[in-house]
Structure formats: structure tokens, C-alpha cells
Design a protein around this ligand. Structure first.
Ligand SMILES: NC(=O)c1ccc[n+]([C@@H]2O[C@H](COP(=O)([O-])OP(=O)(O)OC[C@H]3O[C@@H](n4cnc5c(N)ncnc54)[C@H](OP(=O)(O)O)[C@@H]3O)[C@@H](O)[C@H]2O)c1
Length: 230
């Protein structure tokens, strides 16, 4: 059955591939980008299929812009996927911190997905199986001790906690919320040495979200549908 998905952060990387695969399998997609230039670039990348994709423009640091976009979307959604994220400053060890850049990264990676979830929540009303997917990373897992990505990891760890809180709050409304890890993926962020391509990662993420029910809410899952330790 065809569903309506929001993919936030869709002009490149994993988000773009999610859009491509959703179109190919016949789902309806609304894609968000940050500005009109990115909107035009996305249309060119998706040609000749782009006519099927509605685009919304917002920066996930701007709650008013996200809310306005959510209200303007053409139809209600089945799935809201807050995929947008950034890696932040380099280097980023705890003793060599760019505090301003670190705060900005929390706004993008931690609060950004929450802004998207909150703003689009009313648009999930009426969905048979409403789901919210928040793009995290296994670098946010307390079990992962990589000191070289301190702030990025902390933003994703904090996002995981918010995902858990949101899942608890929305469970009575029948809305499923999960945090996801896409694997280490060859994108601008993942770099050329990543072992996984966007095709496999996106296909796995879609299959994982397809299979979600309320019983899974509050989980931290990878693109294979496996549980990631908190
Ligand atoms: N690649 C990996 O190995 C990997 C591993 C674990 C988790 N992840 C997560 O997966 C997600 C996608 O990563 P990716 O590898 O596809 O990264 P990417 O190629 O760098 O793409 C990032 C996307 O997020 C958008 N974005 C960044 N800041 C934004 C903001 N403030 N508001 C709205 N959109 C914003 C970008 O838009 P612009 O083009 O306008 O910047 C772009 O569409 C991220 O959340 C990332 O943390 C990736």
C-alpha cells in the first residue's frame, strides 16, 4: 500500500537516496531542502521523476520555518523521517572545542529532529500506522568510545534520549518513534572509505521503517533492523 513520507534533508546523501527509492516503489514523497537553490538542484537530480515530489523549504534550526512548512504540506503523512544532520567542526576533541560551533551542532542534530517531529506531528493524524524516524548514529551509543567525534557523538546521544522521551509521550496516541543508525555510509559526511553505499543503507532503512509497529517504539535500530545498544 502506498504511503506518504516526509524526508527532511533530502537534497544529497542518504536522504536523496531514500527519496529515489520511495518514488521507485510508488510511495508519495515530500522532500525538504534548505533553500531554493537546493530545491532546484534536487529537481534536476530527480528528473524526470521530480514532478512526483513535493518539496518544502526549511532549515531545521528554525522552528517557525519548520512549522510553516508542516502546515503548508499538501496532505497528511504516514512517516516523518528527520534525516537532516551535520558532522560539525574539525577537529572536535573535548579539549579542543569550538564551543559556538558545538552549540550550533546541537541545534542541528539534537533539536532539529525534535523540531521536525513536533511540527509535523499533527500531520500524522489519521495515518493507519504513524511513524517518526529520527536519524541518529551509533557514534551516539554509550557503548562506542570514539573520542575523535566528541561533539557529533554527544549530539546523537542526546537525540537518542529525546527519541526515547518522545516515544513514551506519543505511545498513547499510537505514534511509533525510533532512533536509527544508517551504517557507515559513503556520502559527503561518511567519506569515500565508508564500507556501505547509499543504496544498501537506504533500502535497509526503508525496510526497517516499513516493519515498525507500536511495539518497536522507543527503539534504537540500525539499517538492518537490529537493535543498537544505547
Ligand atoms: N554517512 C554516514 O556514515 C552516517 C552515519 C551515521 C549517521 N548518519 C546520519 O545520517 C543523516 C544523513 O547523513 P548523510 O551521510 O546523508 O549526510 P550528508 O550527505 O552530509 O547530507 C546531510 C543532509 O542534511 C541536510 N542538513 C544539514 N544541516 C541542515 C539543517 N540545519 N537544516 C536542514 N537540513 C540540513 C543537508 O542539507 P544541505 O545540503 O543544505 O547542507 C543534507 O541534505 C545525518 O543525520 C547523519 O548524521 C550518517
Amino acid at each position: 500500500m502506498s504511503e506518504h513520507w516526509l524526508i527532511a534533508g533530502a537534497n544529497r546523501g542518504i536522504g536523496l537516496e531514500l527519496v529515489r527509492q520511495l518514488i521507485a516503489r510508488g510511495d508519495r514523497v515530500t522532500a525538504s531542502v534548505r533553500n531554493d537553490e537546493a530545491r532546484a538542484a534536487l529537481a534536476a537530480k530527480l528528473a524526470p521523476q521530480h514532478a512526483e515530489v513535493e518539496t518544502l523549504v526549511f532549515d531545521s534550526r528554525d522552528f517557525e520555518a519548520v512549522s510553516k512548512a508542516a502546515r503548508s504540506a499538501g496532505a497528511g503523512f504516514d512517516v516523518v523521517f528527520a534525516n537532516a544532520g551535520a558532522f560539525g567542526p574539525s577537529p572536535q576533541t573535548v579539549l579542543n572545542m569550538d564551543f559556538g560551533a558545538a552549540l550550533d551542532l546541537f541545534s542541528i542534530n539534537t533539536l532539529g529532529p525534535l523540531r521536525v517531529a513536533e511540527a509535523f506531528l499533527p500531520r500524522l493524524k489519521g495515518a493507519a500506522n504513524p511513524r517518526i524516524a529520527l536519524m541518529s548514529s551509533e557514534l551516539g551509543s554509550m557503548a562506542n568510545k570514539n573520542p575523535g567525534a566528541a561533539i557529533y557523538s554527544a549530539t546523537k546521544a542526546a537525540l537518542n534520549k529525546l527519541a526515547q522521551c518522545l516515544a513514551e509521550e506519543l505511545s498513547p496516541q499510537g505514534v511509533t518513534v525510533v532512533a536509527l543508525h544508517p551504517g557507515w555510509v559513503k556520502t559527503d559526511m561518511g567519506g569515500p572509505n565508508a564500507p556501505l553505499g547509499v543504496t544498501e543503507s537506504a533500502a535497509g532503512l526503508l525496510a526497517t521503517i516499513d516493519g515498525l509497529s507500536l511495539n518497536d517504539s522507543g527503539g534504537f535500530l540500525n539499517y538492518r533492523g537490529e537493535t543498537v545498544p544505547w
